[in-house]
Design a protein around this ligand. Structure first.
Ligand code: MN
Length: 258
């Protein structure tokens, strides 16, 4: 048992945002709320207590504020494509399925978490949603970045293996979490990517083809990290990325004790 597990009564509560998921083969029926188990495991193995914040059908700022007030940090998991209207674009042909309700809800969660200055970790689509919340934009498909649509999508059954390298920016949050590594090997399972960076964000890492692979909040007021890869899968095989979750949970604890 780790120290974190022995101090269970004092462990910070991590809120994982849910996501609406199509019911069976009816793509327009978003009646399920899904969470990938490896995010839950990653939080627990790092000493946090995970709880799920389901996407609400009906909400306003007060409802979301009440939900978010129950947790010490927000983890935004990956998912389907982002509704382009949230970054001011019309759908392009290569856009895959989207769920407006999910995006609307998570953007509100991020807004509330920013007001409260809570730690936020966004993974894959979670990183892209952080970018949109800060006014940034998204490539609806890698094709629109001049790349092969499949160039960042390894097969799902190899997701615990690395797929491409990333170049880490000096002095970035990611560089502090995994020190002395200019290059890191990561997995990749996305066909969308960050286009224009949101205000007050900085780039922490890029792939060799220029695709943004990690972003963070540019300032000391709040701990916000977004990664395009899937550390919750990599840590199942290798400890290199465990620091992302352990620092996130540590930040949640600092927020809790404020
Ligand atoms: Mn990638």
């Amino acid at each position: 048992m780790s120290n974190a597990e022995t101090n269970i009564d004092k462990a910070p509560i991590i809120g994982l945002t849910g996501m609406r998921w199509p019911d069976g083969n009816k793509n327009d029926m978003f009646t399920m709320d899904k969470t990938q188990v490896h995010y839950i495991e990653a939080v627990q193995r790092s000493g946090g207590i995970p709880i799920i914040l389901p996407v609400l059908e009906i909400f306003n700022s007060d409802t979301v504020r009440r939900q978010v007030s129950l947790v010490d940090a927000i983890l935004i998991q990956g998912g389907i494509d982002i509704t382009p209207s949230f970054y001011g674009e019309e759908p392009l042909p290569e856009l895959d399925i989207t769920c407006k309700k999910t995006d609307e809800f998570i953007l509100e969660v991020i807004k509330v978490a920013r007001e409260r200055k809570m730690p936020i970790l966004g993974i894959c689509k979670g990183m892209q949603l952080i970018n949109v919340a800060f006014g940034g934009t998204i490539y609806q498909d890698l094709k629109y970045a001049g790349l092969d649509s499949k160039s960042h999508r390894q097969s799902e059954d190899t997701i615990t293996d690395t797929f491409h390298s990333i170049n880490v920016e000096k002095n970035s949050l990611l560089a502090k979490l995994i020190p002395n590594k200019e290059k890191l090997n990561v997995n990749s399972y996305h066909h969308q990517a960050v286009k224009d960076l949101g205000r007050d964000l900085r780039i922490d890492a890029k792939a060799d083809d220029g695709i943004i692979e990690a972003i963070s909040f540019d300032g000391n007021a709040q701990w916000i990290l977004g990664v395009q890869f899937h550390p919750e899968q990599l840590i199942r095989k290798d400890d290199e990325f465990k620091a992302l979750f352990s620092e996130f949970v540590k930040q949640a604890n600092l927020f809790k004790c404020k």
